[in-house]
Design a protein around this ligand. Structure first.
Ligand code: CO
Length: 468
């Protein structure tokens, strides 16, 4: 029998799974009753925060994301918590000054985060360094993700070189982040083998099921020596989400890769999410469209989330019949913009520009603000050069920047502190405000109104205790 090499499982049901399948609408209340049981499974980690959850809490659920993190930390006594962090964009869509990035990381760890997965949408490692340094300083685990994509520039040598840079910058582990489900089983075997040769850091694989190959990809990656795989409990697995936890556990049972997780205990957890799934299907929050196999993702290399955004954008413009044209325009726009991976925020930028190009009847007639920013170097450098004609048409004679974009941003915290002082009830509020000024202010107002209501009730019943 081959040498024993247990595969570890990172559970994504509390973050990516619901971000991918139900627009990030799972509430803290829906999570908390199952946390104790999840804590006893023996997961390597539970991914439960970051990505779009922060925005969604404030914007749609009227929850304080920091409060959610503290409650999860309280419940998960033995399990590491993991989050997704967009490098210099933090959890927003723009570049922030280093002081904001550093303070955000500090507060993540202080509120209970263990593993911070950091990525950059252009794979520009200069945009990762501040977050990695801050994580190390706070004694957190800094994982750097390669935003996986296809294209002429993305050779095995490219990925190996990037892995080396990540190791040199002091990261604790590497993630292959395949947000679109483009990584095929045999390619994964080659990629993991190559990275294993290049670096001694643990390697984690994160894939989406969108194109239907991810479970097979995990199997080949595990055979090539990948250390950790990201999976989601079956009621929130497959489709645009991750492969199912129970399926992967069963697949490796009795092999040298056995995860050691208990199928009976896992089924207890599935039982919690199953009725929620039924509810979401009934309300339409979970759309059967995202549950099947989407071959467009292989043809056009477009992540699942981006496809559903496009549909709603075209619907708003009363132009649903232009969907196919937009799909075909996306790879062209991507090439013009230096062939970046498609992941937040580059996926939105390319998607919006493709829609504009098609609907306006002339390419780059009206480039978006973000397209201009990319072409000005304000998101960092791309692996391929920009299309010079497109660049000229969009930004004219403006001189593009070549330094790390955040080097040009003055410290921002003092200004944010001042602007949100009126609403501040905890240190972390300034960070919510920094990322989403309008949405956070709306939330602060809502929070205050709720507290005032409680105050009134307290006064009415004369309990004398102050609500906390
Ligand atoms: Co993902």
């Amino acid at each position: 029998m081959a040498e024993k090499k247990q595969v570890k499982i990172c559970e994504t049901v509390l973050r990516d799974a619901h971000q991918s399948l139900i627009a990030t609408r799972m509430t803290t209340e829906q999570m908390l009753p199952i946390v104790d049981k999840m804590d006893k499974i023996g997961y390597h980690a539970v991914e439960c925060w970051g990505g779009a959850t922060f925005d969604s809490c404030l914007r749609f659920l009227k929850e304080d994301p920091w409060e959610r993190l503290r409650k999860l930390r309280d419940g998960f006594k033995n399990t590491k918590l993991q989050m997704l962090f967009r490098g210099q964009n933090i959890l927003g869509y723009n570049h922030y000054a280093d002081d904001v990035v550093e303070y955000f990381v500090q507060k993540c760890v202080a509120n209970g985060m263990d593993i911070i997965r950091i990525f950059d949408c252009l794979n520009d490692v200069r945009n990762l360094q501040t977050a990695v340094n801050a994580t190390k300083r706070e004694k957190g685990h800094a994982q750097v993700a390669l935003s996986y994509t296809l294209g002429d520039a993305y050779t095995l040598d490219y990925w190996k070189e990037m892995a080396k840079k990540i190791e040199d910058m002091g990261a604790d582990s590497i993630c292959i982040k395949d947000m679109a489900g483009l990584l095929l089983p045999y390619t994964a075997y080659e990629l993991v083998s190559a990275l294993k040769e290049e670096t001694s850091l643990p390697i984690q694989l994160h894939a989406h099921y969108t194109s239907g190959v991810a479970s097979m990809t995990y199997m080949k990656a595990v055979e090539a020596g990948v250390d950790i795989i990201d999976t989601a409990m079956s009621p929130l697995a497959l489709g645009t989400s991750q492969p199912a936890t129970e399926v992967m556990v069963e697949t490796f049972k009795g092999t040298p890769y056995d995860t050691g997780l208990d199928q009976a205990k896992l089924s207890e957890i599935a039982k919690h999410f199953q009725p929620l799934r039924e509810e979401w299907l009934k309300s339409g929050l979970m759309n059967t469209k995202v549950l099947g196999v989407n071959i467009n993702t292989l043809l056009y290399q477009v992540p699942g989330g981006m496809l559903s955004n496009l549909v709603s954008q075209l619907k708003e413009a009363n132009a649903e019949d232009r969907f196919q044209e937009v799909l075909e325009e996306i790879p062209r726009v991507r090439k013009d913009l230096g062939e970046p991976p498609l992941v937040t925020p580059s996926s939105q930028i390319v998607g919006v520009q493709a829609v504009l190009n098609v609907l306006q009847g002339e390419r780059y007639k009206m480039p978006s603000k973000e397209t201009k920013k990319i072409l000005s170097g304000e998101f960092g450098s791309t692996v391929k050069p920009f299309n010079p004609e497109v660049q000229k048409k969009c930004i004219g004679d403006t001189e593009p920047i070549t330094c790390r974009p955040a080097d040009l941003i003055e410290p921002q915290l003092p200004k944010f502190e001042k602007e949100c002082a009126e609403w501040k009830q905890q240190d972390e509020d300034v960070l919510s405000y920094a990322l989403f000024p309008q949405v956070a202010t709306e939330f602060f107002k809502y929070r205050k109104a709720q507290q005032d209501k409680v105050d009134l009730n307290v006064a009415d019943t004369s309990t004398g205790s102050y609500p906390v």
